[in-house]
Write a protein that binds this ligand. Structure first.
Ligand SMILES: Cc1ncc(COP(=O)(O)O)c(C=O)c1O
Length: 416
């Protein structure tokens, strides 16, 4: 990429698809013309070629190494995004439960959902739509908000009511729309309550890590049955979904049908993906390639530990200026203390026309993607507000530029 074109790039604080590192984009541009010296571009090469199949294996290895994925878990790649996993999780885990309990009636099967924001709510709705068991909302942030309607907190540990033997327990680690995230400090009241889970060595715990995958280490990774994420926030372009799945959850879904489970579409079956090494059908070759380049770069930079420190700093800077703005009556954070996301910082700009002024000023300084999630957000006349997404590719310097602008804005609003 020429210097001119990289200089003309703006800072993209969008929530996804989102910023990717410029060196990766430059490398990918070369790969589009000639993948690893094959003379064929990455978007043109066969997904069954030895060059590409070994590339896929390396991508898997890069995730395994950096996150410390144990040998009990496989790493699978697929398409369909987080939304397809809302369905795949339900179908595969109900098939697993059926094989373990062939006599169970659907009314006896519980699917436990922890609802802390729009995405876990959507996942629970999909489970309800698919049927095959009872969707139980075992904790809900809204009940702990001032209005009874806001996803602005992680519920207190004492409020969780897990079922005794659920088909699975589902949570979303970082709620991208609402900016609510579980603390990674196990002693915090806003951490995920691992200690309250059924005492079984194979707890069927499922986590949506779509917007926090690879931004820092995953707490208690080995205690999860499934962790999944779309690539398009921290690690690549849209089109690739990564699933880390414990081997007991890769079940013969057709055998489960014989015991009364619903058939699982072949491309949603984890066993299909596992048996075919994630190459049952044509995968999203370009997205896998670019994700591989991002992961290689991450490794060189120091892995998830490096990004944890970087992301801690970036989030700290932005939350600090938010606090300054709050004290001056300019900004209002939407999320309660200790439930705030590192990746998606959400707040309101107070005053008539102030949000528009904030966004216009940001645009003039070459910053975009700051408008909050727009669908279904006009609740009780409240607009979406601002959302700053601080994924891995956002540098500390870029976060500083935003902070600098926020300070100027606070001054401007309070002296006008
Ligand atoms: C936390 C979370 N889960 C699920 C999804 C849905 O992902 P997709 O659009 O890839 O289906 C998103 C999308 O932004 C998300 O942020």
């Amino acid at each position: 990429m020429s210097t001119e074109s990289s200089h003309s790039r703006i800072i993209n604080f969008g929530a996804g698809p989102s910023a990717l590192p410029v060196p990766v984009l430059e490398e990918a541009a070369k790969g589009l013309l000639n993948f690893q010296g094959t003379g064929i571009g990455i978007a043109e090469i066969s997904h069954r070629s030895k060059e590409f199949t070994s590339f896929v294996e390396n991508v898997s290895q890069l995730i395994r190494e950096q996150l410390g994925v144990p040998p009990t878990h496989s790493i699978l790649f697929t398409q369909g995004g987080g939304s397809a996993q809302f369905s795949a999780v339900v179908m595969n885990m109900l098939a697993r439960y059926r094989l373990l309990h062939p006599e169970a009636k659907p009314e006896d099967v519980d699917m436990d959902y922890v609802v802390t924001g729009s995405w876990s709510q959507k996942a629970a709705e999909e489970a309800r739509r698919l049927g095959g068991g009872n969707v139980k909302i075992v904790a809900d942030s809204r009940g702990h908000s001032a209005t009874g309607k806001a996803f602005d907190n992680i519920p207190p540990h004492e409020s969780y009511k897990f079922s005794k033997d659920p088909a699975f327990i589902y949570y979303c680690e970082n709620e991208t729309v609402d900016g609510v995230e579980f603390s990674h400090d196990g002693s915090s009241p806003t951490s995920f309550p691992f200690h309250l889970l059924p005492q079984d060595s194979l707890v069927p715990l499922v986590a949506d890590y779509s917007s926090s995958f690879m931004c820092r280490p995953i707490p208690r990774l080995a205690d999860h049955a499934i962790i999944y994420a779309g690539a398009q926030k921290n690690v690549g372009p849209a089109g690739l979904t990564i699933i880390i799945v414990r081997q007991d959850c890769i079940v013969d879904v057709d055998a489960a049908v014989k015991c009364g489970a619903a058939p699982v579409p072949i491309t949603l079956s984890y066993k299909t993906l596992f048996d075919s090494k994630s190459l049952y059908n044509t995968p999203s070759v370009l997205a896998i390639y670019m994700t591989g380049l991002v992961l290689e770069r991450m490794k060189k930079m120091g892995g998830v530990e490096y990004y944890e420190e970087l992301n801690r700093k970036k989030a700290g800077l932005v939350y600090d200026v938010l606090k300054e703005g709050e004290e001056r009556g300019v900004f209002k954070p939407k999320v309660k203390a200790r439930s705030e996301s590192w990746m998606n910082v959400v707040f309101d700009v107070l005053g008539d026309g102030a949000e528009r002024r904030f966004l216009e000023g940001a645009a003039q300084r070459g910053m975009s993607g700051l408008k909050g999630h727009s669908c279904e957000c006009v609740v009780n006349g409240i607009i979406a507000g601002i959302r700053v997404s601080l994924y891995n590719a956002i540098t500390e310097e870029q976060a500083q530029q935003l902070v600098q602008y926020c300070r100027e804005f606070i001054e401007q609003e309070t002296t006008a």
